[in-house]
Design a protein. Structure first.
Length: 263
């Protein structure tokens, strides 16, 4: 969310933090002097009490409760940088397992000759943007259809139909809400990679993937459906690491929580 600057110099007051500090806290400027850790906690804690109760939030369609065991795993992983694959190889392995589990759930043609690829994101919105970028890059390599010339090609579409021409358009499925429901409740419904024209599927991990907000997934049918031009290869953290996201550094806790829910 965009935030605008405010010229006024208002202050934040906390009744219960007054035992630690007597000076009001500037609202939009860093204070000249730091305050005791107890005071900082009390000031922020008192303000956060005015937020709504996440358990009662049914409007944003995200998970607001997880089991205590999963909370412990997430707390232990808050300080792990997800992109540092050399430093945290097990976390990378858990992400790869999640991608494979989702690919198999969506009936991807995984075999010796075909390789499905996927990536974890901060949400299904980022995932569908990546799918759009992949389609845009693949479309840029397609030659203009030379069969359509001038106005007549648009005024007489039945002419092409009589010739038996068939254009196949690849499909991306936005399964943000239903991707983790349909495979279990409507297993006979063919909406996923069982359809040959479906090239990619995105799904939200923090909706019916039952993970706190901050995780989504996208899977491509074949490696060829994701152009190599879009994959960044970075090596300043160590070995070569291919990545395709709209961000870089991020926490590992949501990835670990997703694997927990899959188990």
């Amino acid at each position: 969310m965009l935030a605008a600057t405010i010229p006024t110099d208002e202050h934040v007051h906390s009744t219960f933090a007054s035992r630690y500090t007597r000076s009001p806290v500037p609202r939009f400027h860093m204070p000249e002097r730091s305050m005791p850790k107890e005071a900082a906690y009390q000031v922020i804690h008192d303000e956060l009490m005015l937020d709504g109760n996440p358990r009662l939030n049914l409007a944003s369609f995200v998970t607001t409760w997880m089991e205590p065991e999963c909370d412990k795993l997430m707390m232990a992983a808050f300080n792990k940088n997800y992109v540092d694959m050399d430093e945290y190889p097990v976390t990378t392995e858990l992400q790869n397992r999640c991608v494979n589990m989702i690919a198999n759930l969506f009936h991807a043609p995984v075999g010796e000759e075909e390789t499905t690829v996927g990536v974890g994101t901060v949400g299904s919105s980022e995932a569908i943007m990546l799918a759009g970028l992949a389609f845009k890059r693949s479309y840029s390599r397609i030659d203009t259809d030379r069969r359509v010339r001038g106005r007549e090609g648009f005024e007489r579409p039945t002419h092409e139909e009589k010739r038996g021409d068939r254009l196949e358009h690849p499909i991306h499925v936005d399964a943000a809400s239903g991707g983790f429901i349909a495979p279990f409740l409507y297993s006979d419904l063919e909406w996923d990679f069982r359809l040959s024209l479906v090239k990619s599927i995105n799904v939200s991990g923090h909706k019916y993937g039952l993970v706190y907000a901050g995780v989504g997934w996208i899977v491509w049918r074949n490696k060829e459906d994701l152009s190599d031009d879009l994959v960044f290869h970075i090596n300043y953290l160590g070995s070569d690491q291919p990545t395709f996201t709209l961000n870089f550094s991020k926490g590992s806790s949501q990835i670990i929580a997703q694997y927990y829910q899959f188990l």
